[in-house]
Write a protein that binds this ligand. Structure first.
Ligand SMILES: Cc1cc2nc3c(=O)[nH]c(=O)nc-3n(C[C@H](O)[C@H](O)[C@H](O)COP(=O)(O)OP(=O)(O)OC[C@H]3O[C@@H](n4cnc5c(N)ncnc54)[C@H](O)[C@@H]3O)c2cc1C
Length: 465
């Protein structure tokens, strides 16, 4: 269906992006063969590192002429295989488009290129007393363009929402090679269909994003973190929905069960407080006035103790806070260290259903006699469910993963939830799309894809079953 990359195409790419930005050598292309999905790999035939929207447009025109697939790539930290070139062809990397173009303090907006590391945006705007809240746990590695494409979330979603809530403007290149500019430094905009929100979360299948305008907030000066250990896993889960129902809105409520913390200890070779607790909540509160934040800390702390928390550890300064968060940020790496073969789901349910979800997952684990470790953004109903192969035989594992996945999805859907809260469908979940969406919706999405990309050259093999 697609043309193989030949010497003429490589030569044309060299003319577009320059010799130094075209990679054809297998060893140099190896980092572009995978993202962070365990065991998923595919070889690009060539990698082109772009530095402008004009270059992206030229690559698309070439790809249309020659009928070769183009897979956009950010930092490759995705967890659904979106940047993996499953049909070969050109990997189009935005890694060199990494400038923060403007921090506009009058309009509270920042304009960036797609290859800026998300954490660098945080640091740059915070130095100006401003705040970009979305904070995926991968923020020191992933790119903002990848966050836009995946509709990334993060712990602070409980109070501040996710990436989509901050995108006011996008420049994007369509597969036809046309460059479009949507929105701008506008807080309000209802001019025509909302193409910005169509592109956010489109997983690199509709256009390549080349410039982004993000809304900023004033940086809340007071931040406090609570680490709350529980001796009973289910009590910790119940406490999450009770905090939300109590009309205190924490910035984050993260859930970690004992096995995840022990895995982090083994990876980082150090001890964390209350590592023997069955589960821990990591709760952050922020605001403008210390007294107000302290009052909320008291309410949440007392509520946790009433539920039977073993203790409430409060961190008020940066180093203590960083220590508390160190374990949470390392969980994904720790689980891979623990069992190099593992499988992660990213289900999301209405927040009040978190206890039922976590209980149901324990039952699935018991039914299949497999280790499943759940952790994540419990405060917004989004839990990462990690199934570990450990020493299971290969054939047992291969039969077990689809069964556990499908049971987890059916449980989630029965609770009013859906398949993925922030990692996307990509390659790994596409065969399950029809469990969550009816045929009419999938058909509508296919038609949208065909309008943007009638020749199916942009990131084929993703989202659709
Ligand atoms: C340890 C770890 C922790 C994580 N924590 C979180 C978390 O808390 N929250 C969360 O939401 N995710 C999390 N993730 C997943 C991942 O970090 C996010 O999905 C992130 O948005 C991916 O960005 P990236 O630059 O690495 O994108 P990539 O993996 O390179 O690409 C992801 C998708 O975006 C497309 N894409 C990339 N750039 C562009 C562009 N400029 N234009 C169009 N399409 C593009 C690609 O084609 C692909 O489909 C985590 C991952 C890891 C490994």
């Amino acid at each position: 269906m697609y043309t193989k990359i030949n010497a003429d195409i490589v030569q044309a790419l060299r003319r577009i992006v320059g010799d130094a930005n075209v990679l054809t050598d297998a060893e140099r292309m190896e980092p572009y063969t995978h993202d962070h999905v365990v065991g998923l790999r595919a070889d690009p035939e060539v990698v082109a590192r772009v530095t402008s929207a004009g270059q992206v447009a030229e690559i698309f025109r070439l790809a249309q002429r020659e009928r070769v697939p183009v897979t956009p790539r950010g930092a490759g930290y995705g967890l659904s295989g979106g940047a993996v070139p499953v049909h070969g062809g050109i990997v189009l990397s935005v890694e060199k488009m990494n400038r923060i173009l403007e921090i506009d303090k009058k309009n509270l907006m920042v304009t960036v290129e797609p290859g800026v590391i998300t954490g660098d945006i945080h640091r740059a705007v915070e130095a100006e007393g401003l705040f970009y809240p979305p904070d995926p746990a991968s923020l020191d590695s992933c790119f903002i363009g990848g966050n836009i494409a995946e509709g990334a979330g993060g712990p602070r979603a409980v109070k501040y929402g996710v990436t989509k809530d901050y995108v006011c403007g996008l420049e994007a290149v369509l597969p036809s090679g046309e460059v479009i500019t949507c929105g701008g430094k506008l807080v309000k905009n209802v001019t025509g269909y909302n193409l910005i929100q169509l592109l956010v979360g489109s997983e690199g299948t509709l256009a390549v994003v080349t410039q982004i305008i993000l809304r900023l907030l004033p940086l809340p000066p007071v931040r406090m973190d609570l680490l709350v250990p529980f001796d009973d896993f289910q009590v910790a889960a119940d406490t999450v929905s009770d905090i939300i129902a109590h009309r205190v809105l924490p910035t984050t409520i993260e859930f970690m069960e004992r096995d995840s913390l022990l895995a982090v200890e083994r990876l980082l070779e150090k001890e964390f407080p209350y590592h023997d607790a069955a589960a821990q909540l990591l709760i952050q509160l922020d605001g403008n006035r210390r007294e107000a934040v302290e009052a909320d800390v008291d309410v949440v702390g007392e509520l946790c103790l009433e539920h039977g928390a073993r203790d409430v550890l409060v961190a008020q300064d940066r180093p203590t806070r960083d220590r508390l968060w160190e374990a949470r940020r390392a969980i994904i790496d720790a689980l891979t260290h623990e069992s190099p073969i593992n499988h992660m789901e990213d289900v999301v349910v209405p927040r009040a259903e978190i206890p039922a979800l976590l209980k149901g997952i324990k039952e699935i684990a018991a039914r299949h006699t497999v280790r499943i470790i759940s952790f994540g953004h419990a405060g917004d109903g989004n839990v990462h469910v990690n199934v570990l192969k450990d020493s299971l035989p290969d054939d047992t594992w291969e039969a077990l993963v689809p069964a556990v996945t499908e049971e987890t999805y059916r449980l989630t859907l029965s609770l009013g939830g859906t398949l993925t809260g922030e990692h996307g469908i990509g390659v790994t979940r596409r065969r399950y799309l029809s469990l969550a969406l009816d045929a009419a919706q999938i058909e509508l999405m296919r038609q949208i894809k065909a309008v943007f990309d009638p020749n199916y050259i942009l990131n084929p093999g993703k989202i659709f079953p």
